[in-house]
Structure formats: C-alpha cells, structure tokens
Design a protein around this ligand. Structure first.
Ligand SMILES: N[C@@H](CCC(=O)N[C@@H](CS)C(=O)NCC(=O)O)C(=O)O
Length: 213
C-alpha cells in the first residue's frame, strides 16, 4: 500500500504529509511548489483539474481534498489508529467536526489568504475583515470544545480530526489573533507541536516558523 503525495510546503497538503509520516506508511512526496506555479502545469492539472494541492495518489488514482484524504488514509491503515469507524460512539462528532473544519474554517482561510478571489481586488479589505471574523468564530468553537480538559479534539485518542485541526490552527500564526490566543487551543497546539512527526514534517518541508512556538 504505497502512496504518492503532491504537496507544497506549508499548505493544505501538510496534514496529509504529517499523517503519512505518523502512520509510517510507505509514500513518495513530490513537491509541486505553488509559489513557482508547479500546481498549474498540464501534468499537474491532469491529476487535479482544480490546480490545487494536495493530490494523493491511491492505488494509481489521483484524489484531492485534504479532509477526505485524511479520513481515507485513516481507514486504510491496517490498525485504523486514527480512524473513527462507522458505529463508534464518537462517529457523529467526528464527521460533524471534520466537515465543519473543511467547509467552514478552511474556506474562511481561503478568503483571508486569497482575498481578491471572493469579491475582486477592490473588495480585499472587506473580504479579509469578514474572513477574519469567521476564522476567529471557528477558533473560538474549537477552544470551547477543548474546555472540558480533553487531550485531543475528540477526547483521549488522536484521530484524523487532529491532523486537520492542528494544520488549520497553524495557518492563523501571523493573524492578529492566532489560535494560541485562546487558552485551551494554546495548550492543545503546544501538545501537538511536541509530536516528533509534526516536527519532522516541518523539517521535510523546510518550515521553521510556528513549530518552535
Ligand atoms: N478544498 C481543497 C483546497 C486546497 C487548497 O486550497 N490548496 C491551496 C493551498 S493551501 C492551493 O492549492 N492553492 C493554490 C491555488 O489555489 O492556486 C482541499 O481541502 O484540499
């Protein structure tokens, strides 16, 4: 079971890159640097017509969408270490939170980082203000979820949800209110940042900020 991951440093591919390392799964990492436009080449567009990273090759077929691929990798792991299977008591929370991150928090970041996309270059300021409010609202919800003292997003077990959640907290690092402004999220982020596999993915992607606090 070998995978190929097309990634660009520090982007939406990081969660998958990190999970592949943590799983110890055999994989090849191919850099498609978005700063160099390598995600818009005809070869890359054949893999993902949307021209976005990540792309994960599974059994010879290309797939996109980081949240979906995290869940897929988790369920394909023979030991299902980070999976929350159908029928598990936390299954509904797992699905709800994964989808919340993927379709509420992540698109708000898209508006923050690609602020001319939603309403044109003349509305960048307003787009960013709205995006910031949505991001902060979502981070506040994540913080509230951790207020009962749980170690991970779903409780005491690391799941696919944590790979997505942690990556998305990282994206706020240069914002006026980074995720670490919320006390429970700060403690969570610090726990996750101590994971050797998260440190390792930063090393492999050549990233030095955020991981050291
Ligand atoms: N919905 C996609 C979004 C992926 C995405 O937006 N990737 C960004 C990097 S974080 C990208 O490829 N940006 C380059 C571009 O849009 O041109 C996912 O969750 O995988």
């Amino acid at each position: 079971m070998s995978y190929v991951l097309y990634y660009s440093p520090g982007t939406a591919s990081l969660a998958l890159h990190w999970m592949l390392i943590e799983l110890g799964a055999p994989f090849e990492a191919v850099c498609a640097d978005i700063d160099k436009g390598e995600h818009k080449t005809p070869e890359f567009l054949r893999l993902n017509p949307a021209g976005r990273v990540p792309v994960l090759i599974v059994d010879g077929k290309a797939h996109a969408e980081v949240a979906a691929m995290l869940m897929l990798l988790a369920e394909r792991d023979p030991e299902r270490r980070f999976d929350v299977s159908a029928g598990a008591p936390e299954r509904a929370s797992y699905l709800q939170r994964m989808v919340f991150l993927a379709n509420t928090l992540q698109p708000a970041y898209r508006d923050w980082f690609y602020a001319d996309e939603a309403a044109g270059p003349e509305n960048v300021e307003a787009t960013m203000a709205h995006a910031r409010a949505r991001i902060e609202g979502a981070l506040a919800r994540m913080d509230a979820n951790l207020a009962d003292g749980r170690t991970y997003m779903l409780g005491e077990r690391l799941t696919a949800l944590d790979f997505l959640a942690t990556m998305l907290t990282r994206w706020s690092r240069n914002m006026p209110n980074p995720a670490t402004s919320w006390p429970h999220l700060k403690a969570y982020v610090n726990r996750m940042r101590a994971m050797p596999s998260l440190i390792e993915v930063h090393r492999r992607e050549g990233l030095t900020d955020w991981i050291n606090g």
